[in-house]
Design a binder for this molecule. Structure first.
Ligand code: BGC
Length: 760
């Protein structure tokens, strides 16, 4: 106790003696002039009128009223420079005259749209990912946005969850690297925020991707240890990279909603990881704590604030109840001050107090948004995100081949943009049909409905608009009979040398509020596929999707499958680049593709159990397996083909033993044994054979993407130290436990070769 008091005293003395920074003095002074209401107003974030954009704000608009009273700290969802400028002017004239934050869901590009995040992760190229975030930041910053709701770094092991498309897949190590790259892309690598940089907002904190049964917003049931090892590393990496803000998630964890979870927000994020930015709730997440069963809006608002949630997105819980809670002694003024200070600090770091119109620059907009250069970058990015799942040698196609491009996604530009692309020129995205027909002699047909159920198809296609656009009238679906669509496609297929079937998911089939229990191609599309196959023509399936799909039948029946996800503004061209061999595909999966939905959740870094069973082995009684399906995924994590082949040599270590404070180098020689140059993603996995807690059968702890010319070999080295072999033990300490570790290297998570390293 005496020691603690001494420490406390020393800390207080140090704080008293340390000169305050310019920012602290500025904010002290500012806050000393602010009323309680104005401070609470800073904690209030609202969506823009009309959600995405409105031509202007009118005086009777709800936001306008709040603005005039100085009761808004920020606005999100606006994408109209004029409107935002108008709001900023009003904010400066009202209340304490504090400029607004302008947030937006800039998720995978802004006006120029890059492949969806899950697709980008399959590039395993951190420079590329950072570059896409940098371009997105530059474009967003030129349109008045100073805060982006990205990166989304939720680990997900369950393809039923539609939001799997927004993240970097199932692996926490890779997810951490991606989180870092994206934060650097948005904010830059130093502490200052330039005019072409924006604040990042890491989401959804925390564990949102662990939603039970893959049903969106569902509860998360994980142990703290599993959370720390399997899910938290990307959130942590983002904090280390200097992320300015976090968004709390909708789900509960350990019986407490994340948005009022002290362990998550205070103990882990702030105390353990040293995060000192601000935390915003997800949209209406505070109000949703009422439905979670915690209390009324006043109660949940007070508890959220006390747990460390600084800003309320769209619940009006803070602005509506905090004053009352203060008067009733349920919270302290210091709680409000702390949150207000964090938001003012973010505005200060953005330079908004010096120049509130710093991000409103029409010239910059004209020069840097949706430019030909950015579109070239989008094409380059997409080329690295196309995963070749199967190829019996039919690909690459000859440009002389006559191709029939058929399927409901062949001419769908919006499907190329993918989810969260509201600010993009989605209607202008290059479709698969456009990209292919620029290169080869091609015919095209829609071929089928999306779903056989018209009501479902209408809801999936237009449900989003119905929610956000009052009085929206959905255009009719199924306007032509399925049989006529199929007949037309089959006729075109008969006249072609090769059929390219473009099928899968439109963007509304994944993303938020888009969970599925059946994750195969919908029956209407399967019917088309069978009819096309009956023509006997060679078939390439070009799969548009935002999640792993079950493809057992297609894997057996197609000559080739190219998974193109939603590949962005220049998607169709990038796909053609790969189909016709101008680009050798290199992408590798970052999520396991299940054989059937019953295997979910499915992930490569699972535990062994006490009764393990080989992945591919058939059913056996009293071991951990299924009666009707093997344990193995159809396509494993890390898997992806190319037009060349690689051979991996044995794994060697610079030393078979490593002291805890030492390091070793693991090496492998990879030979390109085919006829084409290629880029190979070499992956290093570890397995802690005996540990004080059970450890996964494999854990990714390194990867390198290397260019290997045809016929040549490249030695790939990985430096390993104790940190690379560590994990959170049962007491949640990050430890490397001496003993034997398997060190495995390979082209994917299944095909690895290994050796043993002893840590002393
Ligand atoms: C989503 C967030 C998003 C927010 C603001 C929520 O519904 O969960 O990811 O950033 O809306 O648009």
């Amino acid at each position: 106790m005496r020691r603690f008091l001494l420490f406390l005293l020393a800390g207080l003395l140090l704080a008293a003696c340390t000169p305050k920074s310019e920012m602290d003095r500025y904010i002290d002074d500012l806050m000393s002039h602010m009323t309680l209401e104005q401070k609470i107003g800073q904690l209030n974030l609202h969506s823009a009128p009309g959600f995405i954009s409105a031509e202007r704000v009118t005086e009777d608009d709800e936001n306008m009223k709040l603005l005039r009273q100085g009761l808004l700290g920020g606005i999100y969802g606006a994408n109209n420079l004029e409107l935002m400028r108008q709001c900023q002017e009003i904010a400066l004239e009202s209340g304490a005259g504090i400029p607004l934050l302008f947030g937006l869901d800039v998720i995978h590009g802004h006006e120029t749209v890059f492949p969806v995040p899950l697709a980008l992760s399959t590039s395993w190229n951190m420079d590329l990912i950072e570059r896409t975030a940098r371009i997105a930041a530059t474009e967003a910053a030129a349109t008045g946005i100073n805060w982006v709701f990205s990166p989304m770094v939720d680990i997900c092991r369950d393809a039923r969850w539609g939001r799997i498309v927004e993240g970097g897949g199932e692996d926490p190590y890779l997810g951490g690297e991606i989180a870092r790259a994206m934060v650097y892309g948005y904010q830059g690598r130093d502490a200052s925020i330039g005019t072409d940089e924006v604040l990042a907002c890491v989401k959804h904190y925390a564990l949102y991707g662990g939603a039970e049964s893959g049903r969106d917003y569902n509860s998360v049931f994980l142990s703290r240890q599993e959370a720390m090892n399997g899910y938290m590393p990307p959130y942590k990496a983002a904090a280390e990279a200097g992320a300015a803000s976090y968004m709390s998630s909708f789900n509960e964890f350990e019986g407490i909603p994340a948005s009022m979870n002290t362990w998550l927000m205070q103990d882990v994020l702030r105390d353990a990881w040293g995060f000192n930015g601000f935390i915003v709730s997800d949209a209406t997440a505070i109000a949703e704590e009422v439905a979670h069963g915690i209390g009324d809006l006043q109660e949940v608002s007070a508890r959220s604030l006390q747990a460390g949630l600084d800003m309320d997105m769209n619940s009006d819980g803070y602005v509506g109840t905090l004053k009352k809670s203060l008067e009733e002694g349920r919270i302290r003024e210091a709680d409000i001050d702390r949150a207000c200070r964090r938001i003012l600090e973010a505005k200060y770091k953005l330079g908004l107090f010096k120049d509130p119109f710093r991000y409103f620059d029409e010239d910059r907009y004209a020069a840097s948004v949706y430019t030909p250069e950015n579109r070239i970058a989008a094409r380059e990015a997409a080329r690295e995100c196309l995963v070749l799942l199967k190829n019996n040698g039919i690909l690459p196609l000859s440009k002389d081949a006559r191709v029939a491009v058929v399927g409901p996604l062949a001419q769908d530009a919006v499907a190329m943009a993918g989810t969260w692309a509201m600010s993009s020129h989605q209607e202008e995205c290059i479709t698969l049909w456009q990209g292919i027909s620029e290169v080869a002699q091609a015919s095209c047909a829609e071929g089928s409905w999306l779903f056989e159920d018209a009501t479902l198809e209408e809801t999936v296609r237009y449900g989003l608009y119905k929610v956000f656009i009052p009085g929206f009238q959905a255009p009719p679906v199924h306007t032509r009979p399925q049989s006529a669509l199929i007949a037309e496609a089959v006729a075109k297929a008969r006249q072609a040398d090769v059929v390219i079937a473009c099928m899968g998911e439109i963007p509304n089939m994944n993303g938020e509020g888009a969970s599925r229990t059946y994750i195969g191609l919908p029956d209407a599309q399967k019917e088309l596929l069978s009819a096309l196959q009956a023509t006997g023509k060679p078939m390439v399936l070009v799969l548009v999707t935002g999640r792993p799909l079950t493809l057992v039948e297609e894997d057996a029946s197609m000559d080739a499958i190219l998974n193109v996800w939603s590949p962005g503004s220049e998607g169709g061209r990038a796909v053609a680049d790969v189909l016709f061999g101008d680009v050798n595909p290199s992408a590798k999966l970052t999520t396991s593709f299940p054989r059937n939905v019953g295997q979910l959740p499915l992930y490569y870094n699972h535990k062994n159990t006490g009764r393990p069973h080989p992945d591919e082995a058939p059913y056996k009684k009293f071991v951990s397996c299924y009666m009707d399906e093997v344990n193995a995924p159809l396509y494993p994590f890390g898997y992806g083909l190319s037009y060349t082949s690689y051979e991996y040599g044995p794994v060697t270590l610079s030393s078979a033993e490593m002291p805890l404070d030492g390091s070793v180098t693991a090496s492998v020689t990879v030979t390109n044994t085919g006829k084409r140059d290629g880029d190979e993603i070499v992956q290093l996995y570890i397995h802690d054979i005996y540990a004080t807690s059970t450890r996964p059968v494999k854990e990714l702890r390194g990867f390198k993407k290397v260019h290997i010319p045809a016929g040549q070999s490249v030695q790939v080295d990985f430096d390993l130290s104790a940190d690379d072999l560590s994990y959170y033990n049962h007491a949640l300490e990050w430890v490397c436990e001496p003993g034997d570790f398997e060190i495995m290297i390979g082209p994917d998570s299944q095909e690895t070769k290994g050796t043993v390293l002893t840590v002393l």
